[in-house]
Design a protein around this ligand. Structure first.
Ligand code: HAM
Length: 420
């Protein structure tokens, strides 16, 4: 009978890759906590309307990438393609804004987009997402970006490019939109079908089009930073000044419009040359109207999402091995009485939090020693019928290949002391 495989674009994360993931998650919890963030856990499934309103009807995500279905023919539901809209839905539903003027949240989990799978692009992928709700000052933007780069640095990542841009606000964006429309006037026929449609819905999206002819046309177009109002320009300059305070290098990328419609002012991406075609490991930005657009009060927000798979791909495998060491003790037991003693000891040590391992089948001493080696155990306890009769066991230090006899009565204490 044929085995059943996973759905295309959905992948398993196996050990030792999971050790690396855990290491990343633990570092995230530690860093984000130091910066005052609290964890939020949100459902995978939301009402479709949340993403249509939140991300924008004319985005690729909403137009063609969502896993949407009618729940028993009644209600349209969608597997979340990103976390920001859901975090804000929860923030509003539980009126978190009433409790605090600044709310800093983060969440880690799977997202779903029906894109064409390739290296670094999956249909189920994971994000580490953070959001700050409340403040709209440029220092908040800089602080968020600095925390992000600090986190990536803590994971050992160095050669990263930080690209920043400002997408302006409701005041300056219409002028830019007008400039784009007049620039494209008369060239509509040269654009792809999608972009022609975008002319009517959201001309900014044309900057994101991958079709060669559209990319060539738009590369000559006017750029948003030239249209920023005084408020937006000052905000953006202050963000840059704060980044310089920390000697944080960055590149201005005036063509970066981001793939979601909610952004205003500061936007940013972190890319890496080591990732190939899908080179963006982080995307984020400010959204000053999203909370209001989702039915809430006039509250600003800013956040980012790190692509977990892409981040993990940049961390060498060896780094996680060091983080997840092998057992402190491997118990090589031979014979039924020894096995029973080992079973007791092994599980009691584990319940004390000491990593211990054994072979329940009681295979030959040679094969058990081989296993202890493979697991990179620090010590191996050799427990045979003869040792039990003599009320002792042999403790082998694997690094030095030396062994000593220890009494059975003090076995647990001796090992517990060793593990300290
Ligand atoms: P995004 O740029 O759509 O932003 O996604 C953020 C990151 O998720 C990307 O840079 C990439 O690393 C990863 N990613 C996206 N799609 C895939 C995929 N199909 N396979 C693997 N990785 C992927 C957002 O999602 C915004 N919600 C970020 C944000 C938070 N903005 C403000 N707050």
């Amino acid at each position: 009978m044929e085995i059943i495989t996973a759905v295309r674009g959905f992948k398993d994360i196996l050990p030792p890759e999971t050790d690396k993931w855990r290491h990343i998650e633990e570092t995230a919890h530690e860093v984000f906590r130091a910066f005052g963030y609290r964890e939020i856990r949100i459902p995978l499934l939301e009402k479709t309307e949340l993403f249509c309103r939140g991300i924008g009807e004319s985005t690729d995500i909403v137009e063609k990438e969502m896993y949407t279905f009618l729940d028993r023919g009644e209600e349209s539901l969608t597997l979340r393609p990103e976390a920001t809209a859901s975090v804000i839905r929860a923030y509003l539903e539980h009126t978190l804004h009433a409790a605090e003027t600044v709310t800093k949240l983060y969440t880690i989990g799977p997202m779903f987009r029906r894109e064409r799978p390739q290296k670094g692009r999956y249909r189920q992928f994971h994000q580490i997402d953070t959001e700050i709700l409340g403040p709209d000052d440029p220092r908040t933007d800089a602080e968020l970006i600095l925390m992000l780069l600090h986190f990536l640095g803590k994971l050992g990542l160095r050669d990263l490019n930080l690209e920043i841009n400002s997408l302006g606000c409701a005041q300056c964006r219409p002028a830019f939109r007008g400039a784009i429309l007049s620039f494209l006037h008369g060239r509509e026929e040269e654009l792809c079908g999608d972009c022609r449609r975008r002319l009517g819905t959201n001309p900014l999206r044309i900057f994101d089009c991958k079709v060669e002819t559209c990319a060539a046309i738009i590369s000559q177009a006017p750029l948003l930073p030239d249209f920023l109002c005084t408020g937006c320009r000052e905000h953006f300059e202050k963000v840059q000044a704060c980044l310089r305070l920390f000697d944080q290098p960055f590149h201005l990328n005036a063509k970066m419009v981001r793939g979601l419609d909610y952004y205003t002012r500061t936007t940013f991406e972190v890319t890496s040359g080591s990732l190939g075609a899908q080179n963006a490991v982080v995307g984020g930005g400010r959204y000053d109207h999203l909370v209001r657009d989702l039915g809430g009060p006039d509250i600003s927000g800013i956040g980012f999402a790190i692509g977990f798979e892409r981040l993990a791909a940049m961390i060498p495998d060896g780094d996680a091995d060091a983080v997840v060491p092998g057992p402190v003790l491997f118990i090589a037991a031979l014979g039924e009485t020894a096995l029973e003693k080992a079973f007791l000891l092994c599980n009691r040590l584990r319940m004390k939090g000491i990593r211990a391992e054994m072979d329940h089948a009681g295979r030959s001493l040679k094969s058990q020693m081989k296993r202890a080696d493979k697991l990179k155990s620090l010590y191996t306890l050799i427990l045979g019928e003869r040792e039990i009769l003599e009320n002792k066991a042999l403790l082998r230090t694997m690094r030095t290949s030396t062994q000593e006899e220890i009494g059975l009565d003090r076995l647990e204490e001796t090992i517990t002391d060793l593990a300290r």
